[in-house]
Design a protein around this ligand. Structure first.
Ligand code: GAL
Length: 348
């Protein structure tokens, strides 16, 4: 089922669209930032839980620009070293918004854009948002059209489909920045959640700037080895330099076999029994444990503290545009590209 609500803010009219299925699962998405606002599903006791962090009002999404709750990030998610890159013999400068580097494409990111609601499709329970990002927008080359479709299926899959077309070669690595807490958005630390992740390698970072060294390192024998299930918190405070740089996990893991049929990650909420499976055809995932959350006021008077949510941000590797041995994030001119990420919930 699909319902639309218009919210008037001083300057804009924002849409909130609810997609629900016959299993009491529902999501609310907005054309502000093509954001996932709510994701509700019953826990093992049949009580509805909203499993994503966020705000009650759209104004707060405009104002709080450092958490990126539920938002779409583009053109490039994650860090770009020195906020510059070369492409086809030309150098491009983007905003320096994290020291000398760029994070999430800068202050004028896609998360605060008002996207066009291109289509609402009741029969397939989906909504498509569209953004035209002109040549030079944020400093990137090429007129890019990006469409994002959110769909909720009857078997509780939220599919996020990215469709992109540019008239010049341009880097593109969009992500969805949802913070999950499978015990319910306001239920504290996620450190007792159980995680299994099919990644045999990760991309180590140089220091607290979180810029990758360019190496692809084996997870074997490190706290980054989640190939067998373990709690998120089990090794998070180990005296391991990579974790200390970021105050916990905030690293790109290299997916063993990115595809849409086998989950790359399975996470279980210890109190709720809610299981999240994530699928993608993108090569990497930034596993972020909410290390920088600092009692942020959230939905329904919640206060989100350090490690109260985790993100599985599917993407090309951080700084990939500057690292030749990482898979290339370049979208070729006049060549449509499609990427997909799926978050599926069930009871453990
Ligand atoms: C993540 C990033 C973190 C932090 C967060 C937003 O994607 O890796 O370091 O910046 O976004 O607060």
């Amino acid at each position: 089922m699909l319902q639309t609500q218009q919210v008037n803010t001083p300057n804009d009219t924002i849409s909130k669209i609810t997609l629900s299925n016959g299993n009491e699962t529902s999501i609310v998405v907005s054309n502000l930032g093509a954001t996932l606002l709510n994701f509700k599903t019953p826990d093992k006791n049949g009580k509805l839980q909203d499993i994503v962090l966020g705000f009650d009002t759209v104004e707060e999404y405009f104002r709080n620009t450092d958490t990126y709750f539920g938002a779409t990030i583009g053109r490039i998610a994650n860090r770009t070293e020195t906020a510059s890159f070369s492409l086809d013999g030309e150098t491009f400068q983007i905003d320096k918004n994290e020291g000398e580097n760029n994070l999430h494409s800068g202050p004028n990111g896609y998360q605060i854009r008002i996207w066009e609601v291109e289509s609402l499709d009741e029969s397939s329970n989906q909504v498509t948002f569209k953004l035209d990002s002109s040549d030079g927008d944020q400093g990137y080359p090429g007129n890019l059209t990006l469409k994002i479709t959110y769909r909720l299926t009857d078997d509780n899959q939220v599919t996020i489909t990215y469709q992109a077309l540019s008239d010049k070669n341009t880097p593109l690595s969009p992500t969805n920045h949802s913070y999950f807490n499978l015990n319910g958005h306001a239920s504290g630390s996620i450190e007792n959640h159980l995680l299994q992740l099919n990644a045999s390698a990760f991309t180590p970072i140089k220091d607290s700037t979180s810029i990758p060294t360019g190496q692809i390192a084996d997870v074997e024998g490190t706290p980054f080895d989640f190939r067998k299930p373990k709690t998120i918190g089990q090794d998070i405070d180990q005296p391991f330099e990579q974790l200390q740089f970021a105050g916990g996990y905030d690293h790109n893991l290299v997916l063993d076999n990115p595809n849409l049929q086998t989950a790359f990650a399975t996470v279980i909420g210890d109190k709720s029994g809610i299981r999240l499976e994530a699928f993608t055809d993108l090569p990497g995932v930034q596993f972020y444990t909410g290390n920088f959350l600092n009692n942020h006021p959230g939905k329904a008077q919640a206060s989100y503290g350090k490690r109260h949510g985790f993100c599985l941000e599917t993407q090309f590797f951080p700084n990939a545009i500057n690292v030749p041995n990482f898979p290339s994030p370049v979208l070729k001119a006049n060549t449509p590209a499609t990427y997909q990420t799926i978050y599926k919930v069930s009871i453990h």
